[in-house]
Design a binder for this molecule. Structure first.
Ligand code: C5P
Length: 235
């Protein structure tokens, strides 16, 4: 069975501050997206990577891929993305040729995921899981809050889920291709991850250990951390 990876990279990255689309911003002198593409292509199981570019940035992404050294055994496709992450992933799935039975979906915003994490996700799908997410236990306690009684008033805490049972979910998430395609065709609610769509189909999703270095670059401090991780790797 062959594995393809879809990398949604069409987000603006508003929370990171003003500038280029997040995936195109540099990390250690190389665009974040290129790091993410290399991280997935580092797995020998991945034979195709589909990059979902900003809607007006497909040509720019194509030339970026051509300008950077990438493994020869991997094919690369670029398609324009959509308004939401969910739509971008669906456009990436639409571009997948036949013959790939396992699909990974990986945020361009997680440029430093180690190849062992990628391989662990693929392995779990090969072992029969329909949907697999890498995840880590939480450091912080999480509270559910309700609406503030008046604008500017403090939000009331509604519940405290037991921390030991919670996991923070990362990518790449791995799927049986047909299951993910069906989820994207039938689930219309907004969800924040692809496995959430499979859950809405009533199908099982399993967790494998994630990795600290698979964190998502969202806010300015995350860029500082990512640069530090890269520097440590180069020592
Ligand atoms: O915004 P967030 O950090 O959740 O985005 C996660 C990933 O989804 C990023 O890699 C981003 O580029 C991608 N995305 C996308 N299309 C959108 C919005 C986000 O491909 N419309």
């Amino acid at each position: 069975t062959r594995t393809a990876a879809v990398i949604p990279a069409a987000g603006r990255g508003v929370r990171l501050g003003p500038g280029a689309p997040k995936a195109l911003r540099a990390l250690g002198g190389t665009p974040m997206l290129i790091h993410a593409v290399r991280a997935l292509a580092a797995s020998r199981a991945v034979s195709l990577v589909v990059v979902v570019a900003p809607p007006d940035g497909a040509a720019e992404v194509r030339s970026l891929l051509d300008a950077h050294a990438l493994p020869e055994r991997t094919d690369f496709l670029v398609v324009p993305g959509g308004e939401t992450r969910q739509e971008s992933v669906r456009l990436g799935l639409d571009a997948l040729p036949e013959g790939h039975d396992i699909v990974l979906v990986h945020d361009a915003a997680r440029p430093l995921v180690p190849v062992d994490t990628v391989d662990a996700v693929i392995e779990a799908v090969r072992d029969g899981a329909l949907a697999v997410v890498p995840a880590l236990p939480l450091a912080d306690t999480v509270k559910e809050v309700g609406a503030a009684p008046a604008p500017g008033a403090p939000e009331p805490v509604v519940a405290t889920p037991e921390r030991a049972r919670l996991r923070a979910v990362q990518t790449p998430q791995g799927f049986d291709r047909q299951t993910l395609v069906r989820a994207h065709r039938t689930v219309t609610d907004e969800v924040t991850d692809d496995a959430g769509m499979v859950e809405k189909l009533g199908l099982g999703v399993v967790v494998v250990p994630g990795h600290e270095e698979a964190f998502k670059v969202t806010r300015p401090l995350d860029l500082v951390l990512a640069e530090a991780v890269l520097t440590r790797r180069r020592l």
